[in-house]
Ligand binder design. Structure first.
Ligand code: NAG
Ligand code: NAG
Ligand code: NAG
Length: 153
């Protein structure tokens, strides 16, 4: 019993560490963080993400650099989420690690049915990158509120 409690506590603590490590500090806003890996260089990944965001009417592109793409997303109910895609080249330069982050502007969207997950996932899906070589997506309920109930349209 004591061991079980410890395991749960340790797992929670680890989750908190991941969240507070560069994550959104204001937990009253719904948010989602996703990590993707691709088996080709970041300039191609970032080009595909940019092209897709420009093609989607619900996104407004913000500042763009070779390492960070920022945008705002407006959902059907008029709620705004800020979305970031951060590109980090792997050591060999042959692959790309992308951190996706989406945060809702308002507290009432805490139970958002996975809106923040879909904001990120829909861009990658729509760009065709989910079918690209080496594609891997990682997230979980600690990093991404509502990922378990998300039904992305
Ligand atoms: C995105 O939203 C934030 C916060 O509401 C705002 O400060 C920023 O100017 C917006 N960016 C764009 C490109 O609309
Ligand atoms: C996006 O990146 C900017 C600049 O680093 C940061 O201020 C902002 O909080 C980030 N937004 C999200 C949703 O992660
Ligand atoms: C979440 O889904 C439920 C059930 O489908 C719906 O009633 C609710 O309005 C949704 N909430 C948001 C913020 O979309």
């Amino acid at each position: 019993m004591a061991v079980r409690i410890c395991v749960v506590a340790c797992a929670l603590f680890l989750g908190m560490c991941i969240l507070t490590n560069g994550g959104p500090s204001d937990t009253t806003h719904a948010f989602c963080k996703i990590v993707w890996l691709f088996g080709f260089p970041c300039d191609k990944v970032s080009m595909a993400i940019l092209t897709q965001i420009k093609a989607m009417g619900s996104y407004k592109l913000g500042p763009v650099t070779s390492a960070l793409i920022q945008a705002n997303h407006t959902s059907a109910i008029g709620q705004i989420e800020t979305v970031n895609f951060t590109m980090i080249s792997t050591a060999s330069g042959q692959g790309c690690h992308v951190d996706g982050s989406s945060v809702s502007a308002f507290w009432f969207s805490l139970f958002d049915n996975g809106t923040n997950y879909c904001n990120l996932h829909n861009v990658i899906q729509g760009s065709g990158l989910t079918k690209a070589p080496g594609f891997t997506e990682f997230t979980n309920e600690w990093l991404c509120l509502g990922v378990g109930v998300a039904a992305c349209k």
